[in-house]
Design a protein around this ligand. Structure first.
Ligand code: T4K
Length: 408
């Protein structure tokens, strides 16, 4: 128990945790079931190329969401690239800057200009009013992101896409098993793209999927992810290699069997964080709408330095020293990363909310390796730092080491 700033590891005290607590530690379902499936893969020597586990995985995901097509892929970045190409996006596509850089890269990789659009500061997702303002004659689509698994304002975006004749894709990397107006994410827009990366609450080691109700688009995506092969030796389309392999599908099927437990653990941690963090000045936990389905996989705080007396970046330093590997997702925003900051040096002028949120957000560890006591310890550190800053702002700021750059 740390009672004063001098107890902090950053000031020479022992760290609160003996080994690192990570954001994005993979969840693991029934190990025996996974190993049985892997034995089968080895026995049958069918490792990839639309094997039986991939087919079963696609069927199960489609059933779960209630959607016509699920095309499993090697990761969400390739799934995004293929969906973008299959939907024939070109010219400019409107996209948030506050997202993992893969969202923007999937466009730029195909020489499509990502037009960075501002977010709503409360929801952290694209602000439909701003989207409307960013449309030009070169705009072919909108690539919106359900950040943290909290759905975008889908109705407003669908309305814009419809009125302005634009394609609408959703990067749903964070939003598997989340719902919008009672319907699971997956069936909105022209297509949605999931990530099943190891760091996602539901993982296939590496993996992703394009899900859609559009038969034509699905057929095209399916061809493109397998070099354009239609049949044994008949290539009818340009394509790439986006296939999911059997081991990843086996992990996916096993994870699917534990889906509700993963969500329950995340929900338990979310509630614990909520309870522990309430009434800490300047520290706001992003809430999930409990009338919808959520996966609760991201514990997202906003640190308001003027209220808390400590900056987000300093808090990250302090937590890292304690072995709490908090992350500044998705700092500094894609528009301030290369190549975008060289290509579009003035993009930030239109992104005031993005800049503000990117300077405040901090993600904390959750998942099945994080227990109630760990949550209490992490929050007690944050509470103590904020309280001490208010007790003696000048002296204590020096004590916790102002101005160092966090490694996150
Ligand atoms: N769109 C959005 C909105 C996304 O967030 C992402 C991915 C994508 C698209 C693209 O999806 P994929 O193509 O990846 O399927 C991680 C993930 O690599 C990335 O998938 C994810 N978003 C992003 C939010 O987080 P990093 O750079 O933070 O990863 P890394 O290696 O620092 O891992 C995070 C922490 O997780 C580590 O500190 C330790 C822990 N970890 C990680 C791995 C891989 C483990 O404990 N075990 C592991 O196996 O990007």
């Amino acid at each position: 128990m740390k009672t004063g700033l001098l107890d902090l590891a950053i000031n020479g005290g022992p760290p609160a945790f003996s080994s690192p607590l990570h954001v994005g530690r993979p969840n693991l379902g029934d190990r025996t079931r996974l190993l049985e499936r892997i034995e089968q893969i080895l026995d049958t020597r069918w490792f990839t190329n639309n094997g039986k586990y991939v087919q079963e995985f696609e069927r199960r995901i489609a059933q779960f969401i209630g959607i016509r097509h699920c095309i499993a892929m090697c990761n969400a970045t390739v799934a995004l690239e293929i969906a973008i190409r299959a939907a024939e996006l070109r010219g400019e596509v409107i996209v948030p800057s506050l997202t993992f850089v893969a969202t923007a890269h999937a466009l730029q990789w195909q020489e499509i200009t990502p037009v960075f659009c501002d977010i709503d500061p409360i929801t952290h997702t694209l602000d439909p009013n701003q989207v409307e303002r960013m449309i030009t004659p070169r705009t072919s689509g909108i690539l919106a992101v359900h950040l943290w698994g909290r759905p975008c304002n889908i109705a407003a975006l669908e309305d814009i896409a419809h009125r302005r004749n634009l394609r609408l894709l959703f990067d749903a990397a964070h939003a598997f098993a989340c719902s919008y107006k009672g319907r699971l994410i997956g069936g909105f827009g022209d297509a949605e793209i999931f990530s099943f990366h190891a760091t996602k609450f539901f993982n296939t080691f590496e993996g992703g999927a394009v899900v859609t109700n559009n038969d034509q688009l699905a057929a095209k995506v399916r061809l493109m992810k397998n070099f354009g092969f239609c049949g044994y030796d008949n290539v009818i389309y340009i394509g790439t290699n986006g296939k999911m392999n059997e081991i990843c599908a086996a992990m996916g099927l096993t994870s699917l069997e534990s889906l509700e437990q993963f969500i329950a653990v995340n929900y338990r941690n979310y509630q614990a964080y909520r309870q522990e963090l309430q009434a800490i000045r300047g520290v706001r936990l992003l809430e999930y709408d409990e009338s919808e389905r959520n996966n609760y996989q991201y514990i997202v705080l906003e640190i308001d330095q003027s209220e808390a007396g400590v900056s987000r970046d300093r808090l990250v330093q302090i937590l890292h020293a304690e072995n709490v590997m908090a992350r500044r997702y998705f700092y500094p925003g894609c528009h301030r990363m290369e190549p975008y900051k060289s290509y579009y040096p003035n993009a930030g002028i239109l992104l005031p909310n993005t800049l503000q949120i990117a300077s405040k957000v901090l993600c904390l560890p959750t998942g099945d390796t994080i227990h109630r006591q760990a949550v209490a310890t992490i929050c007690a550190i944050i509470r103590m730092v904020v309280e001490k800053q208010h007790a003696a702002p000048r002296r204590s700021e020096a004590a916790v080491g102002v101005g160092r750059t966090p490694s996150a």
